[in-house]
Design a binder for this molecule. Structure first.
Ligand code: 5AD
Ligand code: SF4
Length: 482
């Protein structure tokens, strides 16, 4: 899930995730909390893009903190300014470029400071941002974060500092992330890195490298540690969680994603477990059965469809058809009847006809997604589509089709939310509502955000909320006795 999404709903989320101020505060608290060394230097970090990037920034914070850097939320006082970046669409990169120009002005006031670009844009553009555009001092790809303290030292001597080596093994399994969000209730846990799928529109396999799974015991240990610190929800993150596989060197057996889900669910019945992202070609009934059987594995699946037409899916190299996808949706509805489903949709992919676009609209009618992230196609250099297919749908048509998809989704989301009115849900209290200090908000099992008056409830506790009203983006209700 990415934060340059054009829908209103996503913008809400983006503000929430990107709140630099909030991140900074949490960072300072995290620094103050632990007995970390202090080398007198400060770093500042902003994150863009998917949840994986936000999770990676927590690994970066941990690595720098281990070397004595302290976190600051004020870039003016930072010795090291970092941007963890996203390349998924052109718009995402444009935004980051603008931000880099602003930060260059900040550096003018503190010439000794260094600016580093991390993540997918660093990997994609390599030394171009450093040499041609002179926007940054450090370029550090997603598998090179352990080298960051060294790169900072190199940059401080005025030399170019670049490490974009992609690893087949790095999973940062041993690094205990510094939590940058400040709710103290929900956390991301990365379970794998990279992607081997090669969807033709997608730059991720080039920027994040080959797929590799993290040691299952380190995932369980991190989840346990979070629970012990008061966290009550973990989201297991991977580009394609269903292809998670890790071989325990001590035994012959391989740990599958279904096995891993059970292992994390065993940490504690009060620890909710979520995950993202599922791939329709790999999502097994076994995973669905674990979800159905385990009370604390949430009934919510993000299952990107991308297009409702089999010819377009083939061009996208998604390796499934419309029928296969619908079969997977049927399996979800059969095995977990109250499961919420969300998706990703791309409009105006190469050569998509009006009829094929109609098939995307019709699959939406069949599935009735609770939520969707919707985009128009943006050609990315180096991808299979950029090399082999013509980006031939005019932008106004891509955008008109996107509008139709968004309008339909808003209608479905509103209907799905209206169906919740009068029902009571178990909610994990997450934070103060953005709209009113008198309200808290939290999500139900199906990932729907519910806002309710605080009363005596506490952040991090489970309460029952009866829903009385809704919009297409959220539900409102009142606490009722357990
Ligand atoms: N253009 C538009 N959307 C894209 N996505 C990935 N690459 C592109 C692209 N080139 C979307 C897909 C993916 C989500 C994370 O971003 O829908 O599932
Ligand atoms: Fe990109 Fe496809 Fe991998 Fe997702 S599964 S990261 S869309 S290549």
């Amino acid at each position: 899930m990415y934060n340059d999404n054009p829908t209103l709903k996503f913008d809400e989320k983006q503000k929430d995730l990107l709140g630099e101020e909030r991140q900074g505060e949490a960072l300072e608290a995290a620094s103050a909390e632990g007995l970390v060394p202090d080398n007198g230097k400060r770093f500042y970090i902003e994150s863009y893009g998917c949840q994986m990037n936000f999770s990676d920034s927590e690994i970066v914070a941990s690595i720098l903190q281990g070397e004595g850097y302290r976190i600051t939320r004020d870039h003016d006082e930072a010795d090291v300014i970092l941007l963890n970046t996203c390349s998924i669409r052109e718009k995402a990169e444009d935004r980051i470029r603008k931000r880099l120009i602003e930060l260059k002005a900040v550096k003018k006031k503190k010439p000794d400071s260094v600016i580093g670009i991390l993540g997918c844009m660093a990997e994609r553009l390599k030394d171009k941002l450093l040499e041609e555009e002179q926007l940054v001092d450090i370029v550090c790809g997603p598998d090179a974060y352990r080298d960051l303290p060294n790169l900072v030292n190199v940059a401080e001597t005025g030399q170019d500092a670049v490490n974009v080596f992609l690893s087949k093994e790095e999973t940062y399994a041993d690094i205990s992330p510094v939590r940058l969000d400040r709710n103290g209730v929900t956390a991301f846990v990365s379970i794998m890195r990279g992607c081997d799928n090669m969807c033709s529109f997608c730059v991720v396999p080039f920027t994040r490298g080959r797929e590799r799974s993290r040691n299952a015991f380190s995932i369980v240990a991190e989840s346990q540690e979070l629970f012990d610190k008061g966290y009550r929800e973990v989201t297991l993150l991977g580009q394609n969680v269903d292809s998670y596989k890790w071989k325990n060197p001590a035994e012959e057996a391989q740990v599958s994603f279904a096995n891993l889900l059970s292992m994390v669910a065993d940490v504690h019945p009060d620890l909710r477990v979520r995950f993202s992202t599922s791939h329709p070609k790999d999502m097994t009934d076994e995973v669905l059965e674990v979800m159905a059987a385990r009370e604390n594995v949430c009934n919510y699946i993000h299952l990107p469809v991308q297009s409702g037409n089999s010819r377009v899916l083939d061009l996208m190299n998604r390796t499934y058809t419309r029928e296969w996808y619908l079969n997977r949706v049927d399996a979800i509805k059969r095995i977990i009847p109250d499961c919420a489903i969300s998706t990703d949709i791309i409009t105006g992919f190469c050569s998509e006809t009006e009829e094929e676009h109609q098939e995307t609209l019709s699959i939406m009618d069949i599935v009735q997604y609770d939520m969707a992230y919707m985009f128009f196609y943006s050609e990315r250099p180096g991808t299979l589509a950029a090399r082999k297919l013509e980006d031939d749908i005019p932008e106004e048509i891509k955008k008109r089709r996107l509008r139709e998809v968004i309008d339909k989704q808003m209608k479905h989301a509103l209907e799905a939310n209206q169906a919740c009115i009068g029902k009571t849900y178990k909610v994990l209290v997450e934070k103060v509502s953005k709209r009113s200090d008198d309200d808290y908000c939290g999500r139900n099992d199906q990932n729907k955000m519910i806002v309710f008056p605080k009363e005596q409830s506490k952040i991090g506790s489970y309460i029952n909320v009866k829903v009385h009203s809704c919009t297409s983006a959220s539900l409102k209700g009142e606490i009722v006795p357990n």
